[in-house]
Design a protein around this ligand. Sequence first.
Ligand code: SF4
Ligand code: SF4
Length: 260
Amino acid sequence: MLELVKYVFKNENIEYIGILPIESCKIINQSLYERTCLWAKSVILFLVPYYTEDRCERNISLYAVPRDYHSYMASLTDRVVEKLQYMQPDRRFRGMADHSPIAETSAAAMAGLGIIGDNYRLINEKYGSYVFIGGIFTDMVTSEKPKEISLCCHCGACTSACPSPDNCLSALTQQKGELDEKTASLMKEHNTAWGCDICQLVCPYNKDVKATPIDFFWQERIFELTPEILDSMSEDKLKSRAFGWRKRKTIERNIKLLTE
Ligand code: SF4
Ligand code: SF4
């Protein structure tokens, strides 16, 4: 089964693919699991790298520099599911883009796609932690066995560098409404209008990572979001960005904070 799946992914520039029997996965959303893939016997896991070798000045998280990765993940998954369905018409396949009922990081580690860092990220040998994890559920049966999960070297760099251990700064930048003083000053101090990459930037496993071979992540990149850039964006353009997720008001508030 793995060979068939690798063949289907071949033209998509996806190199890290694994399969797990469903019983090896930890279900984290029981109702979603029951509603969508109770019939599944296995899950296909794959990594989508997004790093583009740029560490220039920027005020948004690396993952949000290109257009919203959800749209890429959804179209990739649709294409792959269509091909699998064509080759195995009697089988079922269902892709899950960023809304999976299983714990994806540990599943990807058990599928042999990487180790798990103290920052809870999956760390791949080639692309570091700059990867998104995709999943496709199927009723095909796999003979693959889960691998033992390996952990990072616990160097402590991410913990020491983290500016907001109790309340992740990345989540704080995405909250709606008025920002409290502490959050506002953290965002200013770290010059972020969206997200936080600090625990990834300091991780030694991310030192010499390779850039993504996927075109989508090199196109229409915005590193430094300014009021002028935001004003020039139509609602549709804003919707195509990860930082548009919480609507214009939220990102507008954040940029204003950095520029005042
Ligand atoms: S993303 Fe930033 S705030 Fe969140 S855990 Fe990592 S370093 Fe800490
Ligand atoms: S910075 Fe160190 S402790 Fe943190 S995830 Fe990377 S290797 Fe592990």
